[in-house]
Design a protein. Structure first.
Length: 241
């Protein structure tokens, strides 16, 4: 799919990876709808893009808000909103409401947004959904936030199960799975660590947005995952059965 002239919804677009993705899509010629709960930072992102961007305050844990957001019928949906592992306490010390909210934001919201986007995209001749996973959802090692890592693991698997939508709806659903990304917050958190604990350089924002563009533009990619590891080049994960 060509990005130029398309309408893209980017959730969690006020800061960090969402802001970078929105700016990149606008630079590629898209009309961008910025969705976030942070009005001040969202307005700053909109100003950084200019007339091609519109900001919508949206709490993605609210079904009505998600439906209102998707009523604009985007050609491209970027399910970027998420997060939570930096918040404490986490499961099992967090109460049920707290860890449930994390599951709602990191898994249920992108599932609902995808579902709401499908039929309008089909009627329009097709579309693309990109989910933002995390390496926290890979492997079997412990993680400080079990609810976050479980949600991201499920989001990755959710993406791969939707490969048949390419044939049935003309909609391609793909996923970018980044390691620690060089956002403003990520760089500050890395700098706060002792030098011996900082590890490799963080994933550049350019690398992240390149992966998003690749998954949007490559018509043969559906239900696929690009892994962005700090220690390796970007990797398109092979399909296995």
């Amino acid at each position: 799919m060509r990005i130029d002239g398309k309408r893209a919804v980017v959730t969690g677009a006020a800061v960090g990876t969402g802001r970078a993705i929105a700016q990149r899509l606008a630079a590629e010629g898209a009309e961008v709808v910025l969705a976030d709960i942070d009005e001040e930072a969202g307005a700053e992102t909109r100003r950084s893009i200019g007339p091609a961007a519109t900001f919508v305050r949206s709490d993605l844990r609210d079904d009505d808000a998600v439906a209102e957001l998707l009523a604009c019928h985007p050609d491209i949906l970027i399910n970027n909103a998420g997060g939570g592992p930096q918040l404490r306490p986490c499961f099992p010390d967090a109460d049920v409401a707290r860890w449930t909210a994390s599951l709602e934001l990191n898994l249920r919201a992108p599932m609902l947004a995808t579902q709401l986007a499908l039929e309008p995209m089909r009627r329009a001749g097709g579309g693309v959904v990109i989910n933002l996973g995390s390496t926290a959802g890979l492997g079997y090692q412990p993680h400080v936030s079990p609810e976050y890592s479980a949600a991201k693991a499920a989001l990755i698997r959710f993406t791969s199960t939707l490969a048949p939508l390419k044939e049935s709806h003309g909609v391609r659903v793909n996923c970018v799975v980044p390691d620690w990304v060089a956002t403003e917050r990520g760089l500050a958190e890395q700098a706060a660590l002792p030098p011996t604990e900082r590890g490799p350089d963080l994933v550049p924002l350019q690398t992240l947005t390149d992966a998003v563009v690749t998954l949007i533009e490559s018509e043969d990619l559906a239900g696929r995952v690009i892994l962005l590891d700090r220690e390796k080049p970007p990797e398109l994960i092979p399909v296995t059965r």
